[in-house]
Ligand binder design. Structure first.
Ligand SMILES: [Zn+2]
Length: 378
């Protein structure tokens, strides 16, 4: 019952798994493209059913989500495995960036983030069946269709499944050095609308109230909310306003990205943004938005889960380290409902969302063995 047998099993069939990955990558699946996402969901659902999974396909207007339940007869609280099958790549990218192997690298849009993780899931359950192995508890596998656009339609599902699970294993790519992710910043997005009063800039400027001047005040107030020491950062990323130079501008707007390391920090920032009030008489400021991904905090539960993973990895000959990232994932949601979460369990590589996106394909067997071992031992 040694999980290293899983590594050997996957190594022996590596070319088959790479062919499976090629087919997944060549089936392009950008977020929002329902026909393509649904077709891919059908392929994945059939694969999971063939592996003994009980598959629920959740109809969704922007692309269906998939839940596979494996080893449901084990009377324990389940482990949750989380991934997504949408990508950031528009249809046709595959013609420009074809699936190809160069040295240790396997290139392809969406291979690293995160279609290789679909292969990991398939390989693990195939190995379990072939080797007569079983996880310690039932495994719920959730793959969503909208992670790359903020998980708006899958958030409630992710949170519900996380609440009923003992822990969550997220198959996003690891950090650049292969480290697992035990903390992620929360991600917020705010919109600022300033309403003023238009007037002729030459004839009657005193009758106007400049929305652009008011926005300038607000920009400086927002930038002053930056607190790098506590991990809270804000960035006024876009501004827009006015119509033409000889009109006192009646309208201006800005978009703001916000990040926070702690849930308390995110809430404080939301309060500060909501409290912004106009400084210029005759103008009105409206703030919209908020944190769409809460921070994934490194709680004691997360730390303990990583410690287990580190020991399990060591037994497989893997020296696992942990780290944090400013980017968000669905792990932010599983962690925020209090479920210990370990992220970055995908295949090492690089170039997420970039033209050189690739996996280090020789690491696939060891990552499959790691996932198998986590499922078997925790
Ligand atoms: Zn991803």
């Amino acid at each position: 019952m040694n999980p290293t047998a899983v590594r050997t099993f996957v190594e022996d069939r590596l070319e088959d798994y790479l062919a499976e990955l090629k087919a997944l990558v060549e089936h392009e699946s950008p977020s929002g493209d329902k026909p393509r996402l649904d077709a891919l969901a059908g392929t994945i659902a059939a694969r999971w059913a063939g592996l003994g999974g009980e598959v629920d396909r959740l109809a969704n207007g922007a692309g269906d989500h998939l839940v596979g339940r494996f080893f449901g007869s084990i009377a324990e609280k389940p482990a949750l495995v989380v991934g997504h099958f949408d990508t950031v790549w528009p249809v046709g990218t595959i013609d420009r960036l074809p699936f190809r192997r160069e040295g240790d690298r396997l290139y392809g849009p969406g291979a690293y983030d995160m279609k290789a993780s679909l292969v990991l899931v398939a390989a693990v359950f195939e190995a379990f069946a072939a080797l007569g192995l079983a996880p310690r508890r039932p495994v719920t596998v959730l793959f969503t269709s909208d992670e790359e656009v903020g998980s708006k339609t899958s958030r409630a599902l992710i949170e519900d499944l996380a609440r009923e699970s003992l822990h969550a294993l997220v198959l996003e790519p690891p950090l650049a050095d292969g480290s697992l992710k035990t903390a992620r910043k929360g991600v917020g997005r705010f919109g600022l609308e300033v309403q003023g009063r238009a007037a002729h800039a030459g004839v009657a400027p005193e009758q106007g109230a400049s929305a652009v001047v008011e926005l300038a005040h607000q920009i400086l107030r927002i930038q002053a909310l930056n607190d790098p020491a506590s991990g809270t950062t804000v960035n006024v990323g876009t501004v827009q306003g006015g119509t033409t130079p000889n009109v006192v501008p009646a309208h201006a707007m800005a978009q703001v990205d916000a990040r926070a390391v702690t849930i308390a920090g995110a809430e404080a920032l939301e309060r500060a943004m909501a409290g912004l009030a106009a400084a210029t008489p005759g103008t009105r400021v409206t703030v919209s938005g908020g944190f769409n991904r809460p921070p994934m905090e490194r709680t004691p539960g997360v730390a303990a889960l990583f410690e287990r993973a580190r020991a399990i990895g060591a037994a497989l000959g893997l020296a696992l380290a942990e780290g944090s990232t400013g980017g968000g994932s669905d792990g932010n949601f599983t962690a925020a409902v209090g479920t210990p979460t370990l992220d970055g369990l995908g295949t090492p590589g690089g170039g997420a969302h970039a033209d050189d996106e690739h996996i280090l394909y020789k690491a696939l067997p060891e990552r499959a063995a790691l996932l198998a071992a986590l499922l078997m031992e925790i």
